[in-house]
Design a protein around this ligand. Structure first.
Ligand code: C5P
Length: 334
């Protein structure tokens, strides 16, 4: 055999060995190269197009690989009541009636029928889609808002949810000046602007009768406390918190801690289920550990944490977890 032929065979053998070895190495490291390509290409396009579940930077509804969140987040339970979802299961009805132990409740379905003759019967906000970017601010009443200067940030959201007795006037720099939704129950009610939606949390059948009355005849003046007999609110913008959603929040998110969730936690859960991005303000103690309201001088007042009805610590821990998992942005104030 000539020297030239011998060199050729050796070169071929070497090349063959290199190809075999590198093919083995590549398939061992990346079992399916097309998968590898897909994984990185899709990661790149995801970050460019926000995964297509909404048009915000983050989308609440995008599939999540965090089991804690996915086990809890249920989009099939709607936050607001309509005639269609107003029929309660026996278990929910019993639980709901137990909340404030109403002695002689009126007929629930008759009251609901009357209610939707006064306020709109619409399914609202369940319209997540790739074009939607709904940003929401949930503004609790904590004293940690005082001096926080969040006004501009809060007002820049599409939906701004406030609650109970929260005033704005005189506090605009810290808490903002717009309110799209005000969450309340009869005993915590205040008058609203015409363009603000009143979100009523009913704890009993009488609360549904109260809103009918407060918007019409003004006959109900007392529940377990004296209440406003009439309320200044746009009746075309009145929304009722769905008791089934209320129970889902208590069972699933609070795992039955406390007697029932606080207004703040119930409001946060509205935002989680109707918004794409959620920013949370005014929750928790201030820097000195006080649990007062931002409009109160007395740091010992507004003892939200000590009502005995809510488990403030548990609620706050869930809120912190949501923030850790980047589901909400939590602004802790001062
Ligand atoms: O006191 P109030 O219930 O009106 O406050 C509304 C909500 O704000 C509470 O339900 C609670 O979630 C939140 N809050 C808080 N820390 C405070 C005061 C209120 O987290 N110091």
């Amino acid at each position: 055999m000539s020297l030239f032929k011998m060199r050729k065979i050796r070169a071929f053998t070497l090349l063959f060995c290199i190809i075999t070895f590198s093919t083995f190495l590549f398939s061992y490291t990346f079992p399916d190269p097309s998968l590898y390509f897909y994984k990185y290409a899709s990661r790149w396009s995801d970050s460019l197009f926000s995964k297509g579940f909404c048009s915000c930077h983050h989308c609440m509804t995008e599939p999540d690989d965090d089991p804690w969140f996915t086990e809890r987040f249920n989009q099939s339970v709607h936050p607001f009541m309509t005639t269609r979802n107003s029929v309660l299961s026996e278990e929910t009805f019993r639980w709901w009636q137990w909340l404030q132990s109403e002695r002689q409740p009126a007929n629930y379905s008759q009251v609901v029928e009357k209610l939707f003759q006064v306020i709109p019967d619409e399914q609202l906000y369940m319209d997540a889609n790739p074009e939607r970017c709904r940003t929401c601010a949930v503004v609790g009443n904590s004293g940690n808002l005082k001096g926080a200067q969040y006004g501009g940030l809060i007002d820049s959201n599409n939906i701004i949810i406030r609650m109970n007795q929260a005033p704005i006037s005189g506090f605009e720099e810290d808490v903002g000046s717009r309110t799209t939704h005000h969450v309340m129950y009869p005993e915590s009610a205040i008058d609203l602007e015409n363009n603000t939606s009143l979100v009523l949390i009913p704890f009993k059948t009488l609360d549904l009768q109260w809103i009918i009355s407060a918007l019409t005849t003004g006959t109900i003046k007392q529940t377990y406390l004296p209440v406003m007999s009439r309320i200044k609110a746009n009746k075309y913008r009145v929304i009722i918190y769905n008791p089934t959603f209320f129970k889902y929040i208590y069972d699933t998110w609070l795992e039955s801690h406390g007697r029932y969730p606080s207004t703040g936690f119930l409001s946060l859960m509205i935002a989680l289920h109707i918004c794409d991005e959620v920013s949370v303000f005014g929750f928790g103690a201030d820097q000195f550990g006080n649990w007062h309201h931002y409009w109160e001088e007395n740091h010992l007042g507004g003892a939200f944490r000590h009502t005995g009805v809510h488990d403030g610590d548990y609620e706050y821990n869930v809120t912190l977890l949501l923030a850790d998992k980047h589901k909400i942005k939590l602004f802790k104030g001062v």
